[in-house]
Design a protein around this ligand. Structure first.
Ligand SMILES: C[S@@+](CC[C@H](N)C(=O)[O-])C[C@H]1O[C@@H](n2cnc3c(N)ncnc32)[C@H](O)[C@@H]1O
Length: 285
């Protein structure tokens, strides 16, 4: 698996942004301690019953979702490349009094090592800003298949590649993503938690760090939906559900988005519906 240098740059950029993101989250540990959850209905539906399941949460970021999965009954291992994200997840776990295992690693290395060591999981889960950080879908899908138990499932909820065709003002400005084309993100990972205006902070929005500037640039990789599903199929993962949703949970990637109950962001009136998120559940035979 090449492009380690790019993934290391991505790690630096995430390390640069996690503190700003966390500064807006308020008393998230209190919400979790009281039995609240950061998960949305879309992933819960695809995940199904979690009770007694072993679950690897890949690209887990600061661990809010990982701990919510524990509350749902799963034994969770969260994995992320960012040192700051994993430290933050461990802190949140201690503050909330909810046990999960957090491991700092590049997902490609982690999958390879886990498979070699015979580690197996009933469920692998990833969500909201995942595929765009991956330079190689085939290695990723093969790695996931290798650590799933027979009959186990992979659940992914992510932003729909079709949304990348539009600029902030909903103009059709870019080609449909394909081929993993690399994009330089000069400004690095942004403070999208602040930009979401409370959509990503179930404990309430705290002003926190203002005018955040990331000192580290980053990269993105552009993949189409067909390429994602084909990589999973080639690895022996059969899609049993593929959903497309005309709204975004939590984030506000475009201007003038309306908000429906449940922190569901929709295009403004006059903009025809377009898929903005997708969800897949794929099973290993
Ligand atoms: C947008 S976040 C995912 C959101 C997350 N589900 C949440 O609940 O906040 C993307 C995460 O992917 C991680 N990441 C990016 N490249 C990675 C890699 N090669 N291996 C592991 N994690 C990676 C980043 O550090 C970041 O925490």
């Amino acid at each position: 698996m090449e492009r380690k240098d790019l993934r290391e740059q991505i790690r630096l950029s995430w390390n640069g942004a996690v503190g700003a993101h966390d500064s807006h989250r308020g008393d998230l540990s209190g919400v979790l301690r009281a039995g609240g959850s950061t998960l949305f209905p879309e992933e819960l539906e695809l995940l199904g019953d979690l009770e007694g399941k072993t679950l690897a949460h890949l690209q887990c970021n600061s661990g809010g979702d990982s701990l919510s999965l524990v509350l749902g009954g799963a034994a969770v291992t969260g994995v992320d490349i960012s040192d700051e994200a994993i430290s933050s997840a461990r802190r949140l776990s201690a503050e909330a009094g909810i046990r999960a295992n957090f491991e700092r690693a590049d997902v490609y290395d982690w999958l390879e090592t886990a498979a070699r060591r015979g580690r197996r999981f009933d469920i692998i889960f990833s969500s909201y800003g995942i595929v765009c950080w991956l330079p190689d879908l085939d290695a990723w899908a093969r790695g996931i298949a290798a650590v799933l138990t027979g009959g186990g499932r992979f659940v992914l909820v992510d932003f729909h590649p079709a949304a990348d065709m539009f600029d902030e003002r909903w103009e059709h400005a870019s080609a449909y993503p394909s081929g993993g084309e690399r994009l330089l993100l000069e400004e690095g990972v942004s403070d999208y938690v602040a930009d979401s205006g409370g959509g990503l902070t179930p404990a309430g929005f705290v002003e926190g760090e203002r005018d955040f500037k990331n000192p580290h640039h980053s990269y993105l990789f552009q993949w189409g939906l067909g390429e994602i599903i084909t990589a999973l199929a080639a690895a022996g993962l059969r899609a049993v559900a593929l959903k497309e949703y005309p709204y975004v949970n939590g984030e506000r990637p475009f201007s003038a988005m309306g908000e429906l109950p449940g922190r569901r962001m929709v295009p403004p009136e006059g903009v025809p519906a377009v898929p903005l998120m997708f969800g897949v559940c794929a099973e290993k035979a």
